[in-house]
Design a protein around this ligand. Structure first.
Ligand SMILES: [Zn+2]
Length: 128
């Protein structure tokens, strides 16, 4: 995968603008930011709203794991030696720990569909 010569990021080929001279090896985001191309010209650009939507989809996808680790840490730090709540919360946490991977597995296809919907439609022209 090529590297953008302005921001040094590595992207797939379709994330680069076409052209010679100053437009060579420039990614679509740098091209739009430096005014080399307009936003309408680059179909593969991830707009800000698109990027935000993708980020929140990712956050929704992985937040159960984050909550699980936060709850386990809270249990270890605060509830470890509080009788009888340590046992009850330990059972609840164990149940959550068993259910969360299943939940994530069953919702993975929905997440992939959401990410596919948030991926810009772009067909690489022949010769590029
Ligand atoms: Zn760039």
């Amino acid at each position: 995968m090529p590297t953008c010569r302005l921001c040094f990021s590595v992207y797939p080929r379709e994330q680069f603008i076409h052209g010679n001279g100053p437009k060579a090896q420039v990614c679509v985001r740098c091209g739009v930011e430096k005014g080399m191309v307009s936003e309408e010209e680059v179909a593969s650009l991830y707009s800000n709203s698109n990027a935000n939507a993708r980020f929140s989809a990712l956050a929704r996808r992985w937040s159960p794991l984050m909550w699980l680790s936060v709850l386990w840490t809270a249990w270890i730090v605060f509830l470890n030696d509080v009788e009888p709540w340590s046992l009850y919360t330990l059972i609840l946490l164990a149940l959550f720990s068993l259910v969360v991977p299943l939940y994530m597995f069953f919702f993975s296809s929905k997440h992939m569909a959401v990410m596919a919907r948030l991926t810009p439609e772009y067909e690489r022209p022949p010769g590029h």
